[in-house]
Design a protein around this ligand. Structure first.
Ligand code: GUN
Length: 287
């Protein structure tokens, strides 16, 4: 068997094209969607992510601004900026790129963002709404995964879904979304005993681990749908290429469907950030 490749890039392009009319309508009414991305420090991966987020906004016609602070900035300075942005009528989304330097209380920063502008969906109020099954802002990566599954006609109700990873950014919200869609959900993590026992039972397997090619063909049930959330850079001696958490070449011979890296979940993440920011502007315009 050779798996169907789930093309996140194509769906991302399609969705972004569909946003144009919504952005134009909002802009015409004086509510051009606006996103501010805050970056603290010089982590190279974060710099790339932030640059991509800002340029995707610009390409979609949104207003977008990047604010960069040195790694040793006082947390009070960032909190003060967030307070200003919470009150700024032209800004509908505020995103603080994670991870923050160790002297920051990450939770306090995320809670300082107005829940109505929390386009990452990381505020406790939005996490709670998702857990209750009435989401307001869904975290962008798991939201993108669900959209890609929907588009591919992959039914979730009644399926065994296994998520590897329990982060607040991906694993936990992913598990909640799968649960809300009617799947029977298992969340595995670094302390899980006999990981392969669980993964081999999965009809839908989501890998959000951060280890290159960690999920091998032997860990996958024949005919499963495998979603690779990982973005890992191989060391220069291994070619320096991007690769996922899934051993693509091996798993594609076992799975029914599989996301590639790059071109799978990655392009969907930023697309759902645009969707959340446009949604925030539409809510504001409708008030
Ligand atoms: N760091 C890695 N992924 C994300 C994300 O989706 N949002 C934010 N704010 N930081 C991240």
């Amino acid at each position: 068997m050779t798996a169907q490749i789930l093309d996140g890039k194509a769906l991302a392009d399609e969705l972004r094209a569909s946003f144009k009319a919504r952005v134009a309508a909002l802009t015409q009414k004086g509510h051009r969607p606006g996103l501010v991305v805050i970056l603290v420090g010089e982590d190279p991966a974060s710099q790339v992510y932030v640059r991509n987020k800002v340029s995707a906004c610009e390409a979609a016609g949104l207003y977008s601004e990047k604010i960069v602070y040195p790694a040793d900035v006082a947390p009070a300075v960032v909190l003060q900026k967030i307070a200003e942005l919470n009150a700024a009528p032209n800004i509908h989304g505020i995103l603080v790129q994670l991870p923050l330097p160790p002297h920051f209380d990450e939770k306090a920063v995320l809670e300082a963002i107005s829940a109505a502008k929390d386009v990452d969906g990381f505020h406790a109020e939005n996490v709670g709404a998702l857990a209750q099954g009435n989401p307001r802002f869904i975290p962008c990566t798991p939201y993108g995964v669900v959209k890609l599954l929907e588009k591919s006609g992959i039914e979730l109700a009644g399926k065994e879904a296994v998520v590897i990873g329990r982060s607040n950014i991906v694993g936990k919200p992913m598990a909640l979304l799968l649960l809300n869609a009617g799947a029977t959900v298992t969340v595995c993590h670094s302390r899980t005993r006999d990981l392969a026992f669980h993964t081999r039972r999965a009809d839908v397997l989501v890998a959000a681990i951060g280890k290159p090619r960690f999920v091998t063909a032997e860990m996958v049930k024949p005919g499963a749908v495998v979603i690779d959330v990982g973005i890992n850079r191989l060391p220069p001696e291994a070619g320096g290429k991007l690769c996922g958490d899934v051993d693509f070449e091996g798993v594609k011979e076992v799975a029914r469907a599989l996301t590639p890296v790059p071109g799978g979940v990655g392009p969907m993440t930023i697309t759902m950030l645009l969707a959340n920011t446009i949604e925030a502007a539409e809510r504001e315009a409708g008030r």
